[in-house]
Design a protein around this ligand. Sequence first.
Ligand SMILES: NC(=O)C1=CN([C@@H]2O[C@H](COP(=O)(O)OP(=O)(O)OC[C@H]3O[C@@H](n4cnc5c(N)ncnc54)[C@H](O)[C@@H]3O)[C@@H](O)[C@H]2O)C=CC1
Ligand SMILES: O=C(O)[C@@H]1CCC=N1
Length: 265
Amino acid sequence: MKVAIIGAGAMGGAIARGLISSAPRFITSPGDLCAANPSPRRLAPLAEAGASTTCSNIEAVRDASLVILCVKPWLVKDVITEIKDHIDYSYAEIAVVAACVTISDLNEWLHKESAGSRSPSFCIVMPNTAVSLCKSMTFQVNGNGTCPLTLKAFGQLGEVMVIEERLLPAATSIASCGIAYALRYIRAAMEGSVELGIRAPLAQEMIVQTLIGAASLLQEPGTHPETEIDKVTTPGGLTIRGLNAMEHSGFTSAVINGLKASTPR
Ligand SMILES: NC(=O)C1=CN([C@@H]2O[C@H](COP(=O)(O)OP(=O)(O)OC[C@H]3O[C@@H](n4cnc5c(N)ncnc54)[C@H](O)[C@@H]3O)[C@@H](O)[C@H]2O)C=CC1
Ligand SMILES: O=C(O)[C@@H]1CCC=N1
């Protein structure tokens, strides 16, 4: 089964690396993947990993069963116009990875006279950059049909939730932009650690393992963060002093404002 990735930048490249590393579970071998990008520089590492690569979007989508479109949002319409006549709507699925693009936009852009009234199977997919390590939180909004190939592909790359379109802007902010927010916390904690006399690389190791532990505690069913925070917070002890100092500096408000700012209304 051929999978085409159009746009091999941060996200397309990460998806390609994730699919290659999870072979043979979705693609049988790296050669099943064809990545297209105008600049060959982006394609070189994927070619080295065994994927087929091309600078022609049309060549990439020909005979593909799954087309994953990973270009910047303002290029989606033009790229669809370029490739749609070369995609066989009778069997191919199209997954569009782009913020601020709607199902209604895609319905209009994917329409082609030659397909008569046939609509292709398509969806919007919103992963995060952890797809490269198969640890993404990905959202899928189906436009037409259930898009089982897309679900299976991204299922190899982490967790997938099929959601309603109205939830997508918030979900994008929480999990796709959210990777950057979580990393910014780590950077802030590293800066604090350096001020406390700990070298940055050692601090990073300490903080990353702490966050893995914190996230793992919440994977127990029904656990709420505050329940775990309570277990750490000795009355009159150290943790509550730190938590209160963070709140006096607006920690919770800063996070809420950040999430709202990256949720288009
Ligand atoms: N970077 C992220 O964490 C996330 C990005 N997204 C979405 O993924 C999409 C891609 O974003 P990034 O990968 O971050 O951008 P990027 O700029 O890193 O990658 C886009 C790639 O598309 C290529 N490109 C430009 N014009 C093209 C064309 N006509 N045909 C084929 N390829 C072309 C560029 O050379 C570049 O390699 C965007 O729509 C974005 O909203 C969604 C979730 C997370
Ligand atoms: O910043 C952005 O617009 C993209 C979409 C979600 C994550 N990165």
